[in-house]
Design a protein around this ligand. Sequence first.
Ligand code: BGC
Length: 517
Amino acid sequence: MAGGSILTQVGGKEYPGSFTLFVAMACLVASSGGLIFGYDIGISGGVTSMDSFLSKFFPSVYRKAKEDVSTNQYCKFDSQLLTLFTSSLYLAALASSFVASSLTRTSGRKWSMFMGGITFLIGAVINGLAINVFMLILGRILLGVGVGFANQSVPLYLSEMAPAKLRGMLNIGFQLMITIGILAANLINFVMSKYDWGWRVSLGLAGVPAFIITIGSLCLPDTPNSLIERGHAEQAKEILSKVRGTKDIQDEFNDLTTASEDSKLIKSQWKDMLEPRCRPPLVVTILVPFFQQLTGINVIMFYAPVLFKTIGFGDDASLMSAVITGVINVLATVVSIIVVDKYGRRVLFLEGGVQMLICQVAVGVLIGHAFGTSGVGELSKSYSMIVVGCICAYVAAFAWSWGPLGWLVPSEIFPLEIRSAGQTVNVAVNMFFTFIIGQVFLTMLCHMKFGLFFFFGGWVLIMTIFIFFFVPETKNVPIEEMILVWKNHWFWGKYISESDIHVENVEMIKKPHVKTP
Ligand code: BGC
């Protein structure tokens, strides 16, 4: 057992227990689901900038990029097939997240994680051994199915295992694993780009984190909530006692049982979600992942090496710059873990938005000044350093704001009975727009040129205004009291009727922490 004693709070109630080594280990293993997601995000950009990979699978793109030196810089890498390689994963993840949501419910979180791991493993092997574009894309799709299963089940597993007071921290732990996965991929690409067969190792190594989650999930116990839901009450009690590190769990166990019975009364989570009282969290859960992708972050994550090459960097410098942005991404996520419960979500969202906007305008101006609209030109060393500096400041801003909060906020604003459907909406919207950005970015760069940075900057402005007016602070608000936050909100208040509010909550409506801007 590790850590001091804490009281787990659910619905204004406090349960005894401590942060045990058991729960820490279980959450660590489960978080490796984030590692595989991150590895996939980071690996494709570096691989698609490797000459040996391009010449083998995309010879026409390779010729265009290499031989025609007069080619417009912005259009060097524009190829639908090349982008399909990157973005097919996200479409597969979107589709499988719906299947995963029912497997997660009927067979438990553990088996969804296992399914995620095993499909990943097969996808990694097919990609590593690929001899044609078909094998490449098939492998990518299988990795995507794995991502869909993992992203649906892992966050749910973490929040059900974690004591409520550590839920926010553990949730961002998942994002931290994503960023570590991206960084590992960038480093591996950097080393492997020196070898002709390097791309095979880069793609095949996705199997390592996949192996961890596959074996790990077999050793993990399922969550008490899921065990109760599936009729294994005794086993649930045993696990609950182990994860909380105390025999004194009857109170929490009874509440979990009641919550499970209540949730069985709901006929359809999807129908319930359309009720007026769910309008505020539903709109926020659709817009937050949509906006997260419209920050343009994955332009950097997927295509940093290609982007840096486009700007005129050499092969090594391009991959090195991707490693630097990867390190910044991890460190700034740690900042978020430290401050998110202290300063709140809104401060991070707003500061991050302003910082990203400034950086995007700066990069647009700098690149526009260097290449104009013709796309022909070269950057001096010091000029390139300034561009990289701005891109790093942009990544840092994302990593302590929209990165983690894009996953955290949608997970903490739905009422219990429709929270898992809410998570599916979150994953599906996120994956869909990740796919769109992955698919159209290189074409957009070719057509919009440096204006692309202003395009994403415009979206960042809109989303920052949206946060300011429409997203209330959720720091320290027990999820069950969220209804009061919406009720008190200047805009969302009209969707919440008196009958939606439980009698015991009425007094709380005057509490300072449920006051909204
Ligand atoms: C986003 C990913 C992004 C990553 C970058 C995640 O929160 O969902 O699309 O690549 O952050 O760290």
